[in-house]
Design a protein around this ligand. Structure first.
Ligand code: ZN
Length: 144
């Protein structure tokens, strides 16, 4: 695949830490009660095929979701991005974290796979807040 990010660093492989749950990851970001439907919805609309079978139900419905977090991202912190978008973002921001979560769209298995840092190392101020399509998507009730 030609789309490769260039600045990846600080990898953490969570495969040895079965207790690293999504609830820990999203503490303060997503309400615990909403984590599951939120995640399944994200998997449906934003999941990228993982190319391997689910470790639980063995079906080929495993997808990966890439979340980005970081102070420099401003309003974009906590958003879901595609691998292609990450290539653009690493040029636009100094540093942010990427968390890759795998979700099975069949049995709802979910697991934090890995995290790493991206960015060109130049510190910038967070971007000005602006309304985006994603805002409407997530809040659903912005006035007209
Ligand atoms: Zn499964």
């Amino acid at each position: 695949m030609a789309s490769q990010v260039r600045t990846a660093r600080g990898f953490i492989d969570y495969s040895l830490d079965k207790r690293a749950t999504l609830l820990n990851l999203f503490k303060g970001v997503v309400d615990a009660c909403d984590a599951d439907p939120y995640l399944m919805r994200a998997a449906k609309y934003h999941g990228e095929k993982a190319g391997r079978n689910c470790p639980v139900c063995k079906k080929d419905r495993l997808v990966e979701i890439r979340y980005i977090f970081g102070d420099q991202l401003g309003q974009f912190s906590g958003r879901i991005k595609t691998p292609e978008e990450l290539i653009e973002l690493e040029k636009e921001f100094g540093e942010f974290a990427v968390y890759i979560v795998e979700v099975c769209r069949d049995c709802s298995w979910n697991h934090l796979c890995t995290s790493f840092l991206l960015g060109d190392g130049r510190v910038r101020k967070p971007p000005r807040r602006q309304r985006t399509l994603e805002d409407e998507d997530f809040s659903g009730n912005l006035g007209s």
